[in-house]
Ligand binder design. Sequence first.
Ligand SMILES: NC(=O)C1=CN([C@@H]2O[C@H](COP(=O)(O)OP(=O)(O)OC[C@H]3O[C@@H](n4cnc5c(N)ncnc54)[C@H](OP(=O)(O)O)[C@@H]3O)[C@@H](O)[C@H]2O)C=CC1
Ligand SMILES: O=C(CO)COP(=O)(O)O
Length: 342
Amino acid sequence: MSTAKPAVAVLGSGSWGTALASLIARNGHPTTIWGRDPAQIASINQRHENTRYLPGVPLPESLVATGDLAAAVAGADLVLVVTPSHAFTETLKLLAPHRRAQAGVAWATKGFEPGSGRFLHEVAGDVLGDGVPLAIVTGPSFAKEVAQGLPTAVTVHSDDEAFALEVAETLHGPTFRAYTGNDMLGAELGGAMKNVLAVATGVADGMNLGLNARAGLITRGLNEMLRLNVALGGRAETLMGLAGLGDLVLTSTGDLSRNRRLGLALGRGQSIKEAVAAIGQVVESVQTADEVMRLGERHGIELPISALVREVLHERITPIEGLKRLLAREQKPEYAEGLFEE
Ligand SMILES: NC(=O)C1=CN([C@@H]2O[C@H](COP(=O)(O)OP(=O)(O)OC[C@H]3O[C@@H](n4cnc5c(N)ncnc54)[C@H](OP(=O)(O)O)[C@@H]3O)[C@@H](O)[C@H]2O)C=CC1
Ligand SMILES: O=C(CO)COP(=O)(O)O
């Protein structure tokens, strides 16, 4: 009997795709990473380094990079999509005709389909059709730290328990814990919303508003996540775990976060254009803030912090005006009635 581990194709060769591909290759899986930039592909194959997105971090020699998506997925038992949310639908459409019939599809992208606001599991179900095992990988995980082998815990959610376990097993290793769950909606909502909320704490810290303000924003941000999640049918416990609270704390407090850094820059008076250009990588909140607010409006859920982040990101109000509006809100009970009842 063969003991070969399942082959994995990772689609997207930015910082997170490269870090996950490196982890999976180190776990002994034949691993191919697909990207669209020939310079990155050559650098991964020849120097075993992604000089653009993870400079200075050695990658395993067994990791193969290619610019040919069909070739990347031809032998794959599992496909992991790690492109930004704006490229998610397009990447799945490229994948669909080449995916092996038995290969399940997971993704580590955080956000919604821009414009439609659809959840990524809805997009995946639509593009790939029924019967394809789907899973989301999410949780507090900076690419750089994972690539450096620092301890990390994530969670894998799927409606298909066996597939969640398969994906978790592929990722799980000596310094990387992968938990499992079956609340795709809640897990996706947490990963998307924390990016928006991290901008708010970044703005407050950029304005030197202090540690009390930071803790208040994180906690009230969590409350926004919980209320929207419950209205959408997600489970509160998912948001109290790695996919929600865990990632919210990491992204709101860790300066490796691009969304936090965007907030810091805005709080210090930089324009959004300057700040995004200086970061030079994907900053998901810029699109996600609109989609979160559309979801809130559709379901009648008030999201004061997310709303102000959206206004600041569109430069319709300044951070100072945003702060004044938040502080001027009426006094109210901390929790909406029935929030934790299912
Ligand atoms: N970095 C992190 O720590 C984490 C990131 N994530 C999530 O992972 C996703 C990817 O982010 P991340 O890797 O960090 O982003 P990066 O900014 O590091 O890299 C983005 C990558 O996406 C590629 N890309 C952009 N548009 C397309 C497209 N249309 N088709 C194919 N590839 C494309 C870029 O290619 P090119 O260079 O050619 O533009 C680049 O390789 C995001 O949703 C993010 O929220 C989740 C957890 C951790
Ligand atoms: O999702 C992340 C960590 O879990 C990365 O956050 P940023 O996209 O803000 O860098």
